[in-house]
Write a protein that binds this ligand. Structure first.
Ligand code: SF4
Length: 697
């Protein structure tokens, strides 16, 4: 047996693991000793990695759909068909008619290739990925206040914080090794505070849990700021030397009272005052947040409110502090860094900037579009209107993970042509016209960038099954077939060298340098060849930190007489995303039943429901059937469901109302009603199913 060092393929923590290889197969994994992030440990998902890439149920050859069924095809035939379909739409409709949705699970190399294919070959900036529905408000909000949307500090800063504030993040479930580090910090004396409408596992273990009303984040953060400013607890020296626009913020908060904040959030005045005092007086307060901040129509303003709090108290730019968005997927940070966003090239270089356009046009030896493209949600809407007709989806499963699934299904059905690059036959892959088999992370070389901006190497440990290939190799061949020779890289390292040459924040990185240091944190350039653990120590990228007044906005859809419950979604420790990888593990699969509806016992009594009774849950957009679990994890009047399960796909219910700045849909809040199924009737997993052009293999 040999052990090949690699990185966990699930969440954005980026734990180091070793792939145990025997006779050409991954037979298990082990934690990487001495790894700076995971420190020789893995969570339950990390330990189950080998199941995720098991050849069982993998796609092993290209498929073309004919008469509603997939048939095997050669690479030549399948890619020839893709090239022909893209060309036909480009000829008839121009670059606005095509688009690419890349993948936060794939490597940086794959994502660089995806955006280059979209921009240099298809001539469109219609390129996006699932960061749109997790941290696009972080990118937009922190860009406005600091000039950079990434986690400001490192995971290791938790070890030196004396207060840890977690807002809208279910850390034990989603970023388990970070939660472990937070609990260790609490054990050595740090104060752990959780702000969440649900009693998450971390909230139950915290020193303080503020159980706010769903969607009242800005009300809470503004209320804390008002108490801090009224008491003179702000960091005056930091405000004077590093920030701007404190006066408009003071004026904005002047009329607010703690009693009003208490009424808006459901948190007692004394608790508000206690947290305001502790946060402003902490020597080092580490602020972490997740999708309980971002997945609202006020997502960008929620992030700005978090930033205001940290700036006013000077809790940024030092060890143990910072504004730290916990990124979801293993490489969502990297996919953003690589420019898989419709408005920026790699390294967040503006597509509208003529100098940037000229740089990329010269480097790629081609003309490039000059205006930003469509977001992933924008592409799906354009498909419904017949404006976008051919789409490539790499490794994402929007039919399960995007809001308002019936709408997503209608959009995919409206396309003339859909090509999906995937490991296995996901719900979205079933809708494809051409299906291309991708190599998994253990079957290719490349890099992932974790949530603390650490770029780390993964290495090919085994051969890909059947004819599966790396995504970048598929895209390079497709580019060649479509007449563009500029993607003929010899290997993933050559691709990385090209990318680093065009991406200033990665410019001093190379495979050998990454191998030496357990990765490097960007910015890593001539001035910082060893990378950067803490951002903004001396100055912010935009100069001064900007304080921006923001106002509480209620969720787009609040409970009413027809739909009387507030509804939110969450994730589970034992599963990831659409479950396409974690649900292959019998060990993980046995841990949780699929998709229960969590309801407070008092609401169960009102509706006459008992534990595990079958129910129908409906919103204005669709319905599903599942079983209810009575628990005080949620307050009375609020319901929650995990989104991993195709048997109970809760995104049929969720709302696609958008944050106007980042286009983030409001996945975290909508209104639903619940009806008991007749006694003895089991929930039907097909109930409410959408009309899609599904096919089986
Ligand atoms: Fe993998 Fe995340 Fe668990 Fe680490 S915390 S082992 S990266 S799933």
């Amino acid at each position: 047996m040999r052990v090949v060092p690699s990185i966990c393929t699930f969440c954005g923590v980026g734990c180091g693991l070793g792939l145990r290889i025997e006779e050409g197969r991954v037979i298990g994994v082990e934690p990487q000793p001495g790894h700076p992030v995971s420190q020789g440990q893995l969570c339950a998902k990390g330990w189950a990695t080998s199941f995720a890439i098991d050849p069982y149920k993998r796609l092993t050859q290209p498929m073309i759909k004919e008469h509603g069924r997939f048939r095997p095809a050669s690479w030549g035939e399948a890619l020839g068909r893709v090239a022909e379909e893209f060309r036909a739409v480009l000829d008839e409709q121009g670059p606005g008619g095509v688009g690419v949705i890349s993948c936060a699970r794939a490597t940086n190399e794959d994502n660089y290739a995806a955006q280059k294919f979209a921009r240099a070959v298809l001539k469109t900036h219609n390129i996006d990925h699932c960061a749109r529905i997790c941290h696009s408000p972080s990118v937009a909000g922190l860009a406005r206040t600091l000039g950079c949307g990434a986690m400001t500090n490192s995971i290791a800063d938790i070890d030196v914080a004396d207060l840890i504030l977690v807002i809208g993040a279910d850390v034990t479930e989603n970023h388990a090794m970070i939660a472990a580090r937070m609990l260790k910090a609490q054990a050595r004396g740090a104060t752990l505070v959780v702000v969440d409408p649900r009693k998450t596992r971390l909230a139950r273990l915290a020193d303080i849990h503020l159980q706010i009303h769903l969607g009242s984040n800005i009300a809470l953060l503004n209320g804390l700021l008002q108490i801090i400013l009224d008491n003179g607890w702000e960091n005056q020296a930091f405000l004077e030397s590093r920030c701007e626009d404190i006066q408009p913020l003071r004026q904005h908060l002047a009329g607010l009272t703690p009693e009003q904040t208490s009424a808006a959030t459901g948190v007692a005045v004394a608790e508000l005052q206690r947290l305001a005092f502790l946060y402003s007086h902490a020597k080092a307060a580490f602020t972490a947040y997740g999708m309980g901040i971002t997945q609202f129509q006020s997502g960008t303003n929620n992030v700005i409110a978090v930033s205001n709090l940290a700036l006013v108290c000077g809790q940024i730019g030092r060890p143990g502090t910072g504004i730290n968005p916990l990124r979801g997927q293993n490489n969502v940070q990297g996919a953003c860094d690589m420019g898989c966003l419709p408005n920026v090239y790699p390294g967040y270089q503006d597509v509208s900037d003529p100098a940037v356009q000229a740089t990329f046009a010269a480097a790629w030896a081609t003309e490039l579009a000059q205006t930003p493209g469509l977001t992933s949600q924008g592409m799906l809407k354009a498909a419904q209107h017949g404006e976008l007709r051919a789409l490539m989806i790499m490794g994402e499963d929007p039919l399960l993970t995007d809001p308002n699934q019936n709408q997503v299904a209608r959009a995919l059905a409206a396309l003339d042509f859909l090509v999906v690059v995937e490991l296995s036959l996901t719900e979205t892959a079933k809708c494809a016209d051409v299906l291309l088999p991708a190599a998994a992370f253990a079957e290719r070389d490349g890099t992932f960038t974790n949530c603390e901006r650490r770029v780390q190497r993964i290495r090919q440990a085994i051969a890909a099954p059947g004819l599966a290939r790396s995504d970048w190799q598929i895209l390079a061949e497709l580019a060649r077939l479509m007449g563009y020779p500029g993607m003929a890289w010899a290997d993933s390292e050559a691709l990385f060298v090209e990318m680093a040459g065009l991406t200033p924040i990665y410019s001093a990185m190379s495979y050998p340098a990454l191998d030496l240091h357990h990765g490097l944190q960007w910015p890593c350039d001539a001035a910082h060849p060893q990378g950067t653990a803490i951002l903004h120590e001396q100055r912010f990228p935009r100069g001064r930190g900007r304080l921006l007044p923001v106002t509480q906005v209620a969720p787009d859809e609040c409970p009413d007489a027809d739909f009387p419950f507030a509804f939110t979604t969450h994730r589970l420790h034992f599963h990831y995303g659409s479950g396409s990888m974690t649900r292959k593990s019998p060990l993980l699969e046995r841990e949780t039943p699929a998709g229960l509806l969590i309801m407070h016992p008092a609401d169960g009594v009102k509706l006459g429901l008992h534990d595990h009774q079958g129910v129908r849950v409906s919103s204005r957009r669709g319905y599903l059937e599942t079983r209810v679990q009575l628990s005080d994890d949620v307050p009375a009047g609020t319901l929650a469901m995990p989104y991993h399960f195709h048997e109970a796909p809760c995104n049929r219910l969720t709302n696609d109302a958008e944050d106007p700045t980042s286009k983030m849909p409001e996945l975290k809040a909508c209104a639903v009603k619940v009806e008991p199924l007749p006694p003895g009737q089991a929930p039907c997993i097909q109930a409410g199913s959408h009309e899609v052009r599904h096919a089986s293999l």
